[in-house]
Design a protein around this ligand. Structure first.
Ligand SMILES: [Zn+2]
Length: 344
């Protein structure tokens, strides 16, 4: 592992008199890890205490539960917006079942939503290669078009909430694509730290990370074509994250059809892992840095989500994430990698 990259772990334990062992003293271990790029911390504790909760997908299809879905085929034409003619003369471009529309609640000047499929509810199994390929191809094409129309907007993103535990307001599968100068704190922290690393060490942190993690073999799951899949040292989600890095893609123009193939191929493997584990919800983001730099390659993070229980649907985020801005994860990245790696 590169000397420039430090994987720092602060280990500690807390001792108390445990009620289950007749109030004998018991020590419980926890860790705080420091991200080698950003210096941000993350807690690892509560090991094994949180299991992904099963969602009843049939429930979401019942008319009384569905309510009004603007993305369903019988409503879509009437209630979803169209692009202005200088962006897309056809209004709402489509590819296979995927359809691109402007976001009625835009995140920035150019803000699109890809409705991924005709069906209101798609299981992870139904999010197959064809559905994913068409959605990403349409969405990436939109980001490239924005780059041509407004080259000064520096950052391009795909973001995705899948199923209610992820915070998604609509069950109908969809992704957001937008360009912005304000891509969020995590993005900017990573970008600035990547530039700092490049200036200090004369190399791209992310490529160095791939090499180091592949050699170490503890958090590297595998590659699919030009994409490299690994578990972050500091995960943001409570059930852990999977990250994919494209070391030869620095900005949106570099992302070609073959990269979409690799992305889809890897995602299908992550979904197979999710299905094995009973994970039914996630957040994902695909980030593209500004044109001209060679230190911030495109990367995807996918973070499993769950309700804590199905009694009162407690979310898996609490004061730690909401107020302290601190991720908490109940799975060690090295253990997660052993399980995810079986699918690569
Ligand atoms: Zn729908």
């Amino acid at each position: 592992m590169s000397q420039a990259m430090e994987f720092k772990i602060i280990e500690a334990e807390s001792t108390f008199l445990h009620p289950r062992t007749g109030f004998e003293p018991e020590s419980v271990r926890f860790e705080v890890r420091i991200d080698p790029l950003t210096g941000r911390t993350g807690h690892y504790s509560h090991f094994g205490a949180i299991k992904p909760q099963r969602l009843d997908l049939e429930h979401y299809k019942r008319p009384e539960v569905m309510g009004f879905c603007p993305f369903c085929l019988d409503k879509r034409d009437k209630v979803t917006p169209k692009f202005t003619t200088h962006i897309y003369p056809e209004g709402r471009p489509s590819l296979g079942e995927a359809m691109l529309i402007p976001n009625l609640f835009p995140y920035d000047i150019y803000s699109g939503v890809v409705i991924m499929a005709d069906g209101h509810v798609l299981s992870l199994e139904q999010l197959n290669r064809k559905i994913l390929q068409d959605a990403f191809t349409l969405g990436i094409g939109f980001l490239k078009k924005i780059k041509t129309l407004s080259p000064s907007i520096p950052y391009h993103l795909m973001t995705w909430n899948y199923m209610p535990p992820s915070g998604g307001g609509l069950v109908h599968p969809h992704q957001q694509y937008f360009a912005t100068a304000c891509p969020g704190n995590q993005f900017i922290d990573e970008l600035r730290a990547s530039e700092g690393f490049y200036r200090a060490h004369g190399k791209d942190y992310w490529s160095a990370l791939i090499d180091g993690e592949r050699d170490a073999g503890k958090r590297y799951a595998g590659n699919v074509g030009a994409s490299h899949w690994l578990i972050p040292f500091v995960c943001l989600g409570i059930l852990g994250d999977v990250m994919c890095i494209f070391p030869d893609v620095y900005s949106i123009e570099d992302f070609q059809d073959r990269h979409i193939d690799d992305l889809v191929g890897g995602l299908c493997r992550v979904f197979e892992y999710y299905r094995t584990e009973g994970i039914m919800s996630f957040n994902a983001s695909l980030l593209f840095g500004p044109e001209g730099q060679r230190y911030f390659p495109c990367h995807l993070r996918i973070s499993a989500r769950t309700f804590l229980n199905m009694r009162d649907f407690a979310p898996d985020l609490n004061f730690f994430q909401a107020i302290l801005g601190e991720p908490v994860c109940v799975t060690m990245p090295e253990d997660l990698c052993k399980d995810v790696g079986k699918f690569f």
